[in-house]
Design a protein around this ligand. Structure first.
Ligand code: SAH
Ligand code: SF4
Ligand code: F3S
Length: 445
């Protein structure tokens, strides 16, 4: 065999979108390493470039198309470069149509990630593009290899898919129907993570509250949390996302009782007007949400409540928008991800009349952000002088002389300290507060 054939091919993965994709990219890396690929230091060195894409908003898709154009021109100079394209965009027929002329060698979907090495081998052998996307989810493939970045914090899937069909959202179409992993498989993964030195896990699902439905064993999300809480070595447990329609008292009780469970609930409100919530098919009202906020604060004192908010949903009037602002005022979210509504073809809301002009959406977003950022800053300022338990993550990206860490409520705290603290839980005293981060000093009792 010549030298050329011996050399392992190098891959690079480009990940877009949510934590699900971050986690899927770790699986893709594991599968590729298992078939003899090595990770390339950077794109220019790669023999294979894998796109793991997101289609939740136009802006996400545009980023992918922009990058794909760039890579395709690289391929003109190096025709042997392989391009694989997967993730949520690949599930959409109109995207696949466009990909036919873009120099992509392999297209795979969210349901057949495990086939990727085989699809790449086929494309190489056939010297032709291979498009293989499953329209429907199969059974959960377990276990899949995975190549996680070494670190403190890991994502763990507990369920896949979504059954909620919010009228604006593409996710149920790209990720299929809801299905849960067996609790034993999840707990085993947590144990392995603890052995590998991970301290914090984030349990992932589009709607973690409905964990367990469809499983043979009778188990709810709250039960899973109790089991996760007893895994030795894991020190912090987070989860996302909770749908506000079904946060049970049992779940809140579990968060209160399990000492490793962080006091942070991401419960996206999306909009403040009942009329819009109904058109979004969210299945709750603003009154229900306010009651939920009361319950969350009752069971879990000091809980951090964060949200996603959409402005400019079709038909949203100035009055409707003011109701979103009013909810921001009443709830006082610790933080919120705010988005302009993006029309996703194939979803129900894309067909609604009264789409809101871009300029209007931009203005509403700006008004919303202005108020939300003020509130977040005020809440952060109230933390000045307090003592917070933080998990020390490493050198701060903005100032490598300092360390960056996270509170239980998921706030970033920057402080000075020795590298020996990395990976440890310590107490810091908050000395200064900004909108998105806090500053502190080590607190010695
Ligand atoms: N399952 C999660 C989040 C899914 S997507 C949940 O239900 O909360 C993350 C966020 O993207 C959503 O919460 C929503 O705020 C936003 N989003 C989804 N579709 C959107 C669209 N068409 N336009 C703008 N924002 C959207
Ligand atoms: Fe999308 Fe709604 Fe499902 Fe979340 S719950 S993924 S917003 S359809
Ligand atoms: Fe996530 Fe984007 Fe898909 S938000 S589920 S990667 S559409």
């Amino acid at each position: 065999m010549g030298d050329k054939e011996m050399k392992p091919l190098k891959y690079r993965i480009l990940t877009y979108g949510c934590q699900m994709n971050v986690r899927d990219s770790e699986t893709i890396a594991g599968l590729l390493e298992g078939s003899g690929f090595n990770q390339a230091e950077d794109l220019s060195e790669a023999d294979l470039i894998v796109f793991n894409t997101c289609s939740v908003r136009h802006s996400a898709e545009n980023k992918v198309y922009g990058k794909l154009g760039e890579i395709a021109s690289l391929k003109k100079k190096r025709p042997e470069l392989l391009i694989a394209f997967g993730g949520c965009m690949a599930q959409l027929p109109e995207v696949r149509q466009k990909l036919k002329k873009r120099g992509v060698d392999v297209v795979f979907g969210t349901h057949n990630i495990h086939e990727l090495p085989y699809l790449i081998a086929r494309a190489q052998e056939e010297r032709n593009p291979v498009f293989e996307v499953w329209e429907k989810e199969g059974r959960i493939v377990e276990p899949l290899p995975s190549c996680r970045k070494p670190g403190l914090s890991a994502f763990v899937n507990i369920m896949f898919g979504c059954n909620n069909f919010c009228s604006y959202c593409i996710v149920p179409y790209t990720r299929g129907r809801e299905r849960s992993r067996k609790a034993d498989d999840i707990v085993r993964e947590l144990e392995e993570l603890a052995t590998a030195g991970y301290k914090e896990v984030t349990l992932l699902g589009q709607n973690v509250n409905s964990y367990g439905s469809g499983l043979e064993e009778k188990i709810e999300f709250a039960d899973l949390l109790y089991r996760a809480n007893s895994v030795a070595g894991i020190e912090r447990i987070r989860f996302t996302t909770s749908h506000p329609k079904d946060v049970s008292d049992r779940l809140l009780q579990a968060i209160a009782e399990c000492e490793k469970l962080c006091e942070h609930i991401h419960a996206p409100l999306q909009a403040g007007s009942n009329r819009i919530l109904q058109r979004m098919n969210r299945n709750y009202s603003r009154e229900h949400y306010l009651n939920l906020v009361e319950r969350m604060r009752h069971y879990v004192p000091g809980v951090s409540i964060t949200s996603d908010l959409i402005v400019g949903f079709p038909g949203e009037t100035e009055e409707d928008f003011l109701e979103t602002l009013d909810m921001v005022e009443r709830v006082r979210f610790d933080a919120a991800f705010t988005f302009m509504y993006s029309q996703r073809s194939g979803t129900r809301a894309a067909e609604f009349a009264e789409q809101i002009p871009l300029e209007e959406k931009k203005q509403r977003l700006e008004r919303l952000n202005r108020r939300q950022y003020q509130i977040a800053t005020e809440i952060n300022q109230e933390l000045q002088g307090s003592i917070q338990e933080v998990l020390v993550e490493g050198p701060s990206k903005t100032n490598p002389q300092k360390l960056t860490s996270r509170t239980r409520s998921n706030r970033i705290v920057i402080f000075s300290g020795g590298k020996d603290l990395i990976g440890r839980l310590i107490n810091v005293k908050i000395t200064e507060a900004k909108t998105f981060s806090l500053f502190g000093e080590i607190f010695a009792e």
